[in-house]
Design a protein around this ligand. Structure first.
Ligand code: GBH
Length: 472
């Protein structure tokens, strides 16, 4: 009896959905195939190759542009309920604008979508995973407010061609990673360092662009297709170093997560007050005449507020936050790693399973009860098929999600492993590997081989339970 109870505790709720994810630039290759136009990652890796480890690039990557049949076969081997992939804007709309739709682009994504559905796998589609058409970057990219309409037009093209078969959508993946990554750190394409102004222009336009796509779907497609949309946020959980650090830790969370969530998910909308305060203080100290965080009008606040059907959680890791009270303006926090947290192959990434549960509880507390889908979670290792550490990682993080579901009553309905196969890990090139399948990047065939974790994931899905692993 005891064993039976213990077993049940490790079951996922009936109907829980498991998937795996990828992103266009990281897997497709075919960077100039047919009429595909250049995007900001193509430009970045060709013009500034030293930004990427080993001068690697995604020109060929996993060659999924040609090998998509094998990708679908892998998804089927794993028994995935859904496969999350992204559409390359510049493959579908070579001009960036909706004036010209690529036939080959349409065919490619139709093939992937239909191929998945034939195997009973639901497509989950991301509209934007960081690969802006270069032509739009040349007009200012995410800092130009017109991008709200450009993105809306792109979204409408995508919906009108694919929304009959795609029911679950992510408009924009991790604005934190590409707004802050580009403008605050200069390490993301297009690598323009402008932390005081650029980052916040990007923030505002991203939120409006997301809302635009959502409103277009609402008005023109929802009645017919009944899909679900939101944006996906990268959530790094912040844990206070000591109880005295709690207050500033909360500000850090608002800066990191609230900046991309409050406008969409909170009752009142707009920027989180703590973020307004931090940026206003900093701007004043730097001599700007007003805050460099662009204000929202009342109409904009209403336009963005409530544009979600679920919350998309991309979570990998946590950090400790420690107050440095040196009286300087802005957010006086230092970020550290707990000595017990195990490192991974990625410099930013340490293992702290409890963080994922705490992060989602925080979201529910701030924004109310809603449906959560884990849209990315996974482990970074070096090359190798015997990836026991990845299996450990999945078990531990999934166990925390089960605790969140069963003990806290969190409404988590799905989980997405990042990633189906090893791929181009942005500025880490091909050194950090997150795949369930290994990819041989030295072979022209880009041979894919299941790792031990693929077998683990397959069994987990088949049993809908972690109970098959007695060592838990
Ligand atoms: C996600 O980003 C992405 O959605 C996905 O494309 C990516 O492959 C996956 O996770 C794994 O990284 O090296 O100090 O400049 C997760 C958040 C944002 C973490 C960018 C690494 C670079 C930090 N990532 N960040 S640094």
């Amino acid at each position: 009896l005891v064993a039976a109870v213990a077993c049940e505790e490790l079951d996922f709720p009936p109907g829980f959905q498991f998937g795996a994810a990828s992103a266009a630039y990281q897997v497709e290759g075919g960077w100039n195939a047919s009429d595909k136009a250049e995007n900001i990652w193509d430009r970045f890796v060709h013009d500034k190759p030293h930004f990427v480890a080993d001068l690697a690039n995604g020109d060929v990557a996993c060659d999924s542009y040609h090998l998509w049949r094998r990708d679908i076969e892998m998804a089927a081997e794993l028994g995935l309920h859904f496969y999350r992939f992204s559409i390359a804007w510049s493959r579908l709309l070579p001009n960036g604008f909706a004036d010209k739709i690529s036939e080959d682009g349409l065919n490619y994504y139709n093939n992937v979508i239909d191929g998945l559905l034939e195997k009973g796998i639901q497509p989950m589609v991301t509209l934007y995973h960081w690969d802006l058409p270069q032509s739009l970057q040349d007009l200012g990219g995410w800092t130009n407010p017109l991008i709200v309409d450009w993105f809306g037009d792109y979204a409408r093209v995508v919906f009108s061609h694919f929304a009959d078969r795609v029911k679950i959508w992510i408009t924009i993946n991790e604005p934190l990673s590409f707004c802050d990554g580009t403008y605050s750190y200069g390490t993301n394409a297009p690598g323009i360092y402008d932390p005081e102004v650029g980052t916040y222009l990007c923030n505002k336009n991203v939120l409006l662009a997301h809302a635009k796509a959502y409103r277009i779907y609402d008005k023109e497609f929802r009645e017919m297709y009944q899909g679900e949309l939101t944006l996906a946020n990268h959530l790094m959980w912040y844990e206070p170093f000591t109880p005295e650090d709690e207050e500033l830790t909360e500000t850090a969370r608002q800066y990191m997560v609230g900046r991309y969530s409050h406008a969409v998910y909170s009752k009142e909308g707009g920027w989180p007050p703590a973020v307004e305060q931090v940026v206003a203080e900093l701007s004043k100290a730097k001599g700007y005449s007003e805050s460099t965080l662009p204000a929202f009008t009342d109409e904009e606040i209403e336009f963005i507020r409530g544009t979600f059907d679920y919350y998309a959680v991309n979570h990998y890791t946590s950090q400790l936050t420690r107050t440095v009270d040196d009286g300087s303006p802005g957010l006086n926090v230092e970020y550290e790693i707990h000595p017990d947290w195990k490192p991974t192959q990625s410099s930013w990434f340490y293992v702290y399973p409890e963080g994922i549960r705490k992060q989602i509880l925080w979201l529910r507390e701030r924004y109310g009860d809603m449906k959560f889908i884990i849209t990315e979670n996974g482990y970074s290792s070096s090359i190798g098929l015997q990836d026991t550490e990845r299996i450990e990682y999945y078990k531990e993080y999934l166990k925390q999600l089960l605790l969140g579901i069963k003990e806290d009553g969190l409404n988590i309905t799905g989980y997405t492993a990042w990633t189906l196969m090893d791929n181009f890990e942005w500025t880490d090139g091909y050194n950090s590997r997150f795949g369930l399948y290994e990819v041989d990047f030295s072979s022209p065939e880009r041979t894919r081989t299941p790792k031990a974790s693929a077998e683990f994931y397959k069994n987990l899905i088949r049993h809908n339970s972690l109970s098959i692993y007695d060592e838990l």
